[in-house]
Ligand binder design. Sequence first.
Ligand code: NAD
Length: 497
Amino acid sequence: MKLIEHFIGGKTYSGNSKRKSKVYDPATGEQSAEVKLATAQDVNTAVENALKAFESWSNTPPLQRARVIFKFKELIEKNSDELTKIIVSEHGKVYDDAKGSLIRGLEVVEYACGIPQMLKGEFTENVGSNVDSWSIRQPLGVCAGITPFNFPAMVPMWMFPMAIACGNTFVLKPSEKDPSCSTKLAELFKKAGLPDGVFNVVNGDKEAVDALINNKDIAAMSFVGSTPIAKYIYENCAKNEKRVQALGGAKNHCVVMPDCDLDQAVNGLMGAAYGSAGERCMAQSVAVAVGGIGDKLVKNLAKKVEALKVGPGMDKKSEMGPLVTKEHLEKVKSYVDIGEKEGAKLIVDGRNLKLQGYENGYYIGGCLFDHVTKDMRIYKEEIFGPVLSVVRAKNFNEALKLVNDHEFGNGVSIFTRDGDSGRTFSSKAKIGMVGINIPIPVPMAFHSFGGWKRSLFGDQHMHGPEGVRFYTKLKTITSRWPSGLRSDPEFVMPTMK
Ligand code: NAD
């Protein structure tokens, strides 16, 4: 059985833990590996290595750091097929979707190559007579990242390329459900010339997470995962005096206006609700049908949901792969049961899907509910599976209120041909990422990613300009070089003369 270990100080590290977790191929349900679960001591070893590496990495000129990152970018491109296959084999999503997610991560690496430009700072000549002032951004030290199962390459790549480009060193704790991708990325980064200890990977569960939270040498924590754990990370990192950004769960709405191009809306919704089997934090799980468009929308959606091609991720014909684990499959099915009991109308039921030759894989077909209401659990809670709920709203204002009253605020979109509706909606929605006729409005690497409300605890979004701010601290220097003249002591607050 393949054993997945840690990557610390530039090499494989076994550690002293006896605890292991099983890794499965979701397409077949067969165990593919075991992963070591780090002890606090293993975590502390990783942090010690990162702290040691920080001294010289933070002093390496940004341009030299960028050159290593550029090499890393080339190696990711060269190894993209292998990386994609790793994602498919442990997560289950279909090959092209997995490749797309890798590329969205790669784009952050490309952005990080421009770090010398981003760290230029600001300068003002003569803030006072013969006094100059400038602001610079300096790295924080050792940063850590804890990531979810659903994007084993992309989400870690939202974090560590930016942190490392800024001059920090990094300890990553990926999801124990699909850990192999992170180790492969660490190996490639080393091959690109990254000094040992700058990027470390510890595998583990709560024990490793708590050790990261409690380690005083970690200056900043980036987290992406479910809301309860995001809140736990936010509160406890703050208690331990760390800078923290903790991204949580979501329930993304798609508002379908009566004037929209219905085919566009239906196709957009199909990809956004059922792509990656709904295991995306930007998946659309609620369609809000406004005015009289509901019946037509549901009819058109139902036809396509029934025709969805579900199968193993490596089969080119598959549009949707399995869910990540057996437990998650059971959880998603149980939400469909709940929805029926709550009185929502189940239009398409994917619970009994069976695939010949893959009887033990974690498959479920697409599910579609109509007449879902805001008091139902299937509306309030994140299901994280291929289950789309259609809610009816009388008008634009009622739809907007639904969006704004929901506890989550990650992404939202509106389909309309009316500029006024689109503009008003994007301005008034209390949501971090908004799409107008764009089903999944994930910002590009040179913008920043993040939600509002209980989808993000902290101040800064991830990657892009916000990433640079999160992974650096501001220093402002004020300087005078008096020639000859020695001024008398001043006892009043200096002001511009
Ligand atoms: P999760 O919260 O279960 O796990 C995330 C990480 O936290 C993992 O590394 C895991 O090992 C660790 N963890 C789990 N339980 C813990 C505990 N009790 N104490 C300490 N650490 C713990 O999330 P998941 O199931 O891996 O991922 C799915 C969730 O992530 C969904 O809620 C999804 O919306 C969210 N997500 C959010 C974003 C975003 O940008 N907002 C992006 C991707 C995923």
